[in-house]
Design a protein around this ligand. Structure first.
Ligand code: HEM
Length: 423
């Protein structure tokens, strides 16, 4: 098993005192309403949309006073920035050995030419046609899980239904083993919120994160070693075969690619399932209409993605001086692109703070980003949410809330961590 080396852990070696000072610095700046600081220290439980609105009211692009960082909650700017060839993701320094951290080491955080080369290797498993062939098996997985839950007086829709369903779906799609050991994999889902938080780093979180990555590396190494058990034609089998030639795909890229599909592929979908479920619990008429008519259900999904996107922001670095949406940008500047803010821009969405079905431009939201890094799993997320919730509410039509819901404790992933219900 790949344990993190001392060097790899060095970035977590900041003293508590240093962290305390950084935290105080941001707290004070946020008190002065500095927008970057406000985003960083905001409490994840609170809806971020009023803050985004305030930032948007200051302009399409708001420069931070804390460093070479600019923020946008404007749909026009964010959509163009995501597609601008002069911008890219901020690649971490190349690491070809040691602990693999899929969020930062995978194609999610790579630019050309590595990004398209690696992304292409997995694209065939995510086409509309490939996904439609999965509908039946997905439905079966949903019913299996509902069978296990149906007799219980109460359960947690997030941890007991959405998480195991999403883990099994992504494992089945990739050919990674899940068995009955899904809880071990599900625990890895906590990594994504920790690794993408805009909040201040803490040594405890960094340690938890690296321990999680080490677990994931061990799981993937075992799956690769037992590749003969992977279904023929599966994504796992295909990638392992390519990795026989390290020039084509080295171990580091192999683990990062499999890992990012697994990690990015379930906590986000769990977020969407949680948001739609919460709405159905609070609006039984809407729930009945959606279960009876798939076109209503797909509208609910799309509007939920706009209104409450599970991924709230992303970032880009300006690689060369350029102009985006009429704004001059200097090389080296970091952009904080608020997807959740763009989705509530009144220039694009009429009455943006209202949850409103059948908008003429219901797919203009940026919940799945845009441009080269557009979410590869968008179709899968839509399919598993639609199939999973239709099955759940058909089988358990009387579900009601059964206690306090809790949020994931991060700024970027906006998702319920717990949503208790009873039948
Ligand atoms: C509702 C569920 C989901 C949401 C809201 C979501 C959101 C996003 C966003 C916003 C990005 C782009 C980040 C950027 O531009 O910097 C992204 C990329 C990505 N997503 Fe998703 N995602 C979801 C589900 C999934 C699923 C089910 C998978 C399964 C494999 C997945 C895999 C990925 C991967 C691999 C990337 C990187 C794409 C690239 O860099 O080319 N996502 N996702």
């Amino acid at each position: 098993m790949a344990n993190p080396s001392a060097e790899e852990l060095s970035h977590s070696a900041r003293t508590q005192w240093e962290l305390f000072q950084i935290r105080m610095f941001y707290q004070l700046a946020a008190f002065r309403k500095e927008p970057l600081a406000e985003l960083i220290v905001r409490r994840p439980q609170r809806a971020p949309y009023p803050l985004y609105e305030r930032i948007r009211s200051q302009g399409e692009l708001v420069h931070s006073t804390l460093g070479p960082v600019a923020i946008s909650a404007s749909h026009g700017f964010v959509a163009q920035a995501l597609r601008a060839p002069e911008l890219g993701v901020a690649e971490p320094p190349a690491r070809r050995s040691g602990l693999v951290r899929p969020i930062e080491d995978s194609f999610l955080m790579r630019n050309r030419p590595d990004h398209p080369r690696l992304r292409r290797l997995v694209t065939p498993w995510f086409t509309a046609k490939a996904l439609q062939q999965r509908r039946e098996s997905l439905l079966k997985l949903a019913h299996q899980r509902i069978d296990e839950l149906a007799g219980q007086p109460s359960f947690d829709v997030v941890q007991d239904y959405a998480v195991p369903l999403a883990v099994r779906v992504i494992c089945e799609l990739t050919g990674l083993p899940v068995g009955e050991d899904w809880r071990r994999l599900a625990a890895l889902g906590d990594i994504l919120p920790l690794s993408t938080t805009a909040g201040l780093p803490s040594t405890r979180n960094q340690r938890r994160l690296d321990a999680g990555w080490a677990n994931l590396n061990a799981y993937l190494d075992t799956a690769i070693a037992q590749k003969s058990q992977a279904p023929e034609g599966s994504l796992l089998a295909s990638l392992v075969e390519r990795s026989q030639d390290p020039e084509q795909l080295g171990r580091h890229d192999l683990l990062a690619t499999l890992g990012v599909l697994l990690i990015a592929g379930f906590e986000t979908s769990v977020g969407l399932i949680g948001h739609v479920t919460a709405r159905f619990l609070d609006q039984p008429d809407l729930r009945r209409a959606a279960v009876a008519d798939r076109s209503v259900l797909t509208e609910v999904l799309e509007e939920t993605l706009r209104y409450e996107p599970p991924v709230q922001f992303t970032a880009r670095r300006v690689n060369q001086d350029c102009e985006v949406a009429g704004h001059r940008l200097q090389a080296g500047v970091e952009l904080f692109l608020l997807l959740g803010g763009a989705n509530r821009d009144p220039q694009v969405f009429e009455n943006p703070n209202a949850f409103q079905l059948f908008r003429a431009n219901s797919k203009a939201h940026l919940a799945f980003s845009a441009g080269e890094h557009y979410c590869i799993g968008a179709g899968l997320a839509r399919l598993e949410t639609e199939v999973g919730l239709q099955a759940l509410f058909e089988r358990l039509p009387e579900l009601r809330r059964a206690g306090r819901a809790r949020w994931q404790p991060t700024q970027n992933i906006r998702a319920y961590r717990r949503l208790p219900v009873r039948g």
